[in-house]
Design a protein around this ligand. Sequence first.
Ligand code: GLY
Ligand code: MN
Ligand code: MN
Length: 437
Amino acid sequence: MVAMTDFSHFPERRKRLQTLMRQGIAIIPTAPEVARNADTHYDYRHDSHFYYLTGFTEPEAVLALIAGDKMQTILFCREKNAEREVWDGFRYGPDGASEKFGFDAAYPIAQLDEKLVELMGNQPVLYYPVGADTGWDARIIKLREAVKAKARSGIRAPSEIRDVREPVNEMRLIKDVHEQDIMHRAAKISCGAHRRAMRFTRPGQHEYEVEAELLHEFCRHGARHPAYTSIVAGGANACTLHYVGNNAPLNDGDLLLIDAGCELDGYASDITRTFPVNGRFSAAQKDVYEIVLAAQAAAISAAIPGKLWNAPHEAALRVLAQGFIDLKLCQGSVESVLETESYKQFYMHRTGHWLGMDVHDVGEYKIGEQWRPLQPGMMLTVEPGCYIRPGDSVPRALWNIGIRIEDDVLITAKGNEVITQDAPKTVSQIEEVMRHD
Ligand code: GLY
Ligand code: MN
Ligand code: MN
């Protein structure tokens, strides 16, 4: 089921940004189309900041916002073009876009430079994504020079340039109800994909066959694209953190780590599950799995309002450190394992990241020198793991076991909500789903 997109909240977000700006002009372009090879392009993906403020998904578009006494929202976009629309499909055109998405004015993209020079006149501050694209940096400087050239007519150019992403990142960090709704739906589809992969997997298949099941499940629910390249990593491949080859055979007795999530209506989900290719955990696999699962539970318990960003990571590390000692991977006390960071041989990444339109979403993790307190509306992943490469000091039975368990967690007023809990996670849940009668 694909829900109808509701556009009413986009003007509200623009107004909030204009209020935060207080005065000046903001210029926010969408992403360019990118060629893949002759006459073909990568699937188009709009810019996340631009989309957050417009809901507009066509390429070749720019948003301009004026803050201050005379607030104005202006879209520049492609014109209607009967011939191009025969080849490439519908375009809103400035009038259609204005009506549908609620801008005060809209102009053809061909008029962008000329209109921006007009709009920038006498604005004290110019906001745009500074440094995000060298082409835009040069263009903005040139436009400002064109405004400066009008000094004798009494028109002043903006004297200050600020990065528009700073206020927008702060807005994006707290997900509003529309975003939460989409992310719940994205999570549900991705959970279904992980269940499907578990039911499908058998020894002798290849990683790409399982990847195809994930993509099938995303797409048939209206999520045409994964939020990132799916990691489908059998056996030792799971110890390569960003493994995306996805072309090896799946062996009886190995684990399969899948890190995959769909993008729905511009929002990401990000789930990792690790399960046995043959449907039954071995004793050694289960020992490691239970430690990672306990670390994840501890981290999720620490992901509540008022706790600092780093609390889930610290909670996971304690459980992992004790587990690594029990498994004879690390020596000494929990304190010494944490102090010397000897755990990093087996757990070398952090326990999560913000999640939103971008899979590694925007938002500062620190305020000043301090980790940021968690607040209702924040969405983060909780994803501890354990990756055991062969080594002289590593117990032989644990070689090539790679496990990660990742869920998407919404911070709520009362604590949190794991929005990806429908993906089987305990040993018994996984073995039950994989039972082939
Ligand atoms: N799938 C990317 C990540 O887990 O961070
Ligand atoms: Mn993640
Ligand atoms: Mn992930």
